[in-house]
Design a protein around this ligand. Structure first.
Ligand SMILES: Nc1ncnc2c1ncn2[C@@H]1O[C@H](COP(=O)(O)OP(=O)(O)OP(=O)(O)O)[C@@H](O)[C@H]1O
Ligand SMILES: O=P(O)(O)OC[C@H]1O[C@H](OP(=O)(O)OP(=O)(O)O)[C@H](O)[C@@H]1O
Length: 234
């Protein structure tokens, strides 16, 4: 195997900003096969194969070592696996895709402002309502880790694949863990972030796999690409 793989987001909010970011650093990514093709080219860099993947798959494949360098949100590396952050190097924050993974409760819960209040609520649910506090989220790993560190065990996760913020109003869950940037989706759904409820601050990052089995030539190619992008060596 020669050459290295750079994976960039194929859709969504990170796609265009990623390509603009590379272009601003003199490395133009093109998609010769059109928007439905998953193979790209970096002009003037024959050693670099560009692949377009969904942001979450980029996180998974960097951790597995199937791609060498990738662009995705920090949140997705933490969420994909507990050991995700140890399996990669965050080489460069890219200055876009800023968002926080937060714990939010219904605005009506006026006495619940901090995580320790939530711990009390969780026990109350068990003793008074005879059921678990339900948390709607797609951030299962991050939620479990954070709640375990906070010593809260009395809850259940309701896995949500979209419109997470609607879950408390619809009765599908009591509170949510989700990503937010402007806060407008939470506000529109009558939810408020706990004062100590930011679990993770995320932004798009240039990320290098630590598990990819590189030859010396590939290691040099990765170093060369990082240097051109102004990133620290991996
Ligand atoms: N509102 C937001 N503002 C800024 N960045 C965000 C926001 N929501 C998500 N992100 C960042 O963008 C990443 C990808 O989100 P996005 O919803 O575009 O993913 P996707 O993989 O394209 O979509 P899908 O989840 O539908 O497959 C998130 O993991 C996060 O890092
Ligand atoms: O704080 P805000 O600026 O309101 O952004 C937060 C919203 O953005 C993301 O959703 P997205 O726009 O990707 O929609 P989706 O969940 O339907 O993919 C996220 O899941 C939140 O719902």
């Amino acid at each position: 195997m020669t050459g290295i793989t750079l994976a960039v987001p194929s859709k969504g909010r990170l796609e265009e900003l990623t390509r603009e970011w590379f272009a601003a650093r003199g490395l133009t990514i093109s998609r010769p096969g059109g928007a439905r093709s998953y193979l790209g080219v970096m002009d003037g860099e024959p050693d670099v194969t560009v692949r377009f993947f969904p942001a979450s798959e980029i996180a998974r494949e960097l951790i597995r070592g199937n791609i060498d360098v990738g662009v995705t949100g920090r949140d997705l590396i933490h969420e994909t696996s507990e050991t995700g952050p140890d399996s990669v190097t965050f080489a460069l924050p890219m200055g876009f895709g800023h968002a926080d993974v937060v714990i939010a409760v219904p605005e009506a819960w006026i006495d619940v402002t901090h995580l320790h209040d939530l711990a009390d609520v969780a026990s109350d649910f068990r003793s008074r309502h005879k059921r678990w506090l339900r948390i709607a989220t797609k951030y299962i790993t991050i939620t479990r880790q954070h709640f375990a560190r906070a010593g809260i065990a009395e809850y259940r996760i309701v896995e949500s694949l979209g419109a997470t913020e609607a879950a408390p109003a619809s009765g599908a869950a009591d509170i949510v863990v989700d990503i937010t940037s402007t806060g407008s989706t939470l506000a529109a759904n009558g939810l408020r972030v706990l004062e100590d409820g930011v679990m993770l601050k995320s932004e798009a990052n240039l990320i290098v796999s630590r598990t990819a089995p590189w030859s010396d030539a590939q290691r040099a190619q990765v170093a060369n690409l990082l240097q051109k992008l102004g990133a620290a060596p991996a």
